[in-house]
Ligand binder design. Sequence first.
Ligand SMILES: [Zn+2]
Length: 330
Amino acid sequence: MDHRPLHEWGMGEKSAHPETHYRAESILKSLTADSSAYRFYEPEMLSLSLVRKVHSPALFDLYQTAQKLNPGQNISPSVFPKRHIMVADPTDIHHAGYFCSDSATPLMSKTYEAALFSASSAQDASMLVESGKSRVAYALCRPPGHHAQKDLFGGYCYFNNAAIIAKRMRAKGKVVILDIDFHHGNGTQEIFWQDDQVLFISLHGDPKEFYPHFTGYEHEDGEGKGKGFTANFPLGRGCDGSEYLKVLQSKVFPMIRKFDPASLVISAGFDTYHKDPLGGFALQTADFNTMGEMISNIGLPTVIVQEGGYHVDDLGLNVEAFLRGISHRK
Ligand SMILES: [Zn+2]
């Protein structure tokens, strides 16, 4: 709640930052409306070694440098050097742009702590599923994670929560990460690009038109022994529930079954919603419910990690509809 980005810049326009703490409040309000529906857990701080398996030491150093910022101070990097000619110093906040991929992801004194607790929520959810206590668990992660790369933050993301738990879960068998956020999960794709034990699948708005622009095209399918273990489904503006669910049913689920994983991680963004200010799809609340049911029918232990979704008023309803579907509650 204390991580409060104020502004972002896109194509020269300054706008109010959409990744607000009100998002988490909207989700909590909907999930707690019926107190008997879910069991709630507060996250324990995770072991840093887990995060270090995914992210570079310099990124940690930079976030710790940002802890010294004044309360309320928002630092959006403004210099983005080409990397091959210089060495960057993560203890110098002026060098933040070296570790950042866009002008939408500011650093604040509370960012590091918030990002660690966000990853901790994901970890605790994964432990509930791994231990067999729950068939499915949801982590209310904020800030989100799927745009964070090994050594780059961006897209409102600082640590890649889905990747951190997938690295842990793959010790017990193959893992599928299914990314249903409106935007391509470029960070997760990069982290598992050469991995044949984690299948990464993303459905998203066509990057020709939508963030992150440089990745998410259909031809991107991994490299080395990871070749064939990344799959991208860019979809056009206006894609509605029936088209979206058809892609899941006819292309994505057969791919998951063929891979035969031990568990499933869902990078769950709700910016595919028809009213979302950042999205371009036309999904309705009922579609999230159906999607939850369909994913549940695959029959895998599942960890859901919150990613995007910026229509604050309806975000909680959409998350709840999805969770109701995946837990087969009417
Ligand atoms: Zn998104």
